[in-house]
Design a protein around this ligand. Structure first.
Ligand code: SF4
Ligand code: SF4
Length: 87
């Protein structure tokens, strides 16, 4: 299980979530290559410890536990995973 960043992040990307993740599994970080170009941020499902700390920080309500991702954004579970597998 992991948390997942979904479509509402696309227009925001304010990165409040980055500051609270205890395992730094949200990418790209502000100083990482690709931050400016990334359409939104991604959570590494293999590193996320499922703590939930990021969810309440998101002003766009873009973050969900994997089991609670709304039907219309189910594809974001794979989109988050693919971002890390592409490296
Ligand atoms: S806080 Fe929400 S909108 Fe901002 S970068 Fe994180 S997931 Fe995206
Ligand atoms: S649930 Fe916790 S570990 Fe996972 S991305 Fe959010 S803050 Fe990081």
């Amino acid at each position: 299980m992991a948390y997942v960043i979904t479509q509402p992040c696309i227009s925001s990307k304010n990165a409040a979530c980055l500051d609270v993740c205890p395992v730094d599994c949200i990418h790209p970080m502000k100083d990482e290559e690709g931050f400016a170009e990334a359409p939104h941020l991604y959570i590494n499902p293999d590193e996320c410890i499922d703590c939930g700390a990021c969810k309440p920080t998101c002003p766009s309500k873009a973050i969900f536990a994997e089991s609670e991702v709304p039907d219309e954004w189910q594809n974001y579970i794979q989109i988050n995973r693919d971002y890390f597998n592409a490296d």
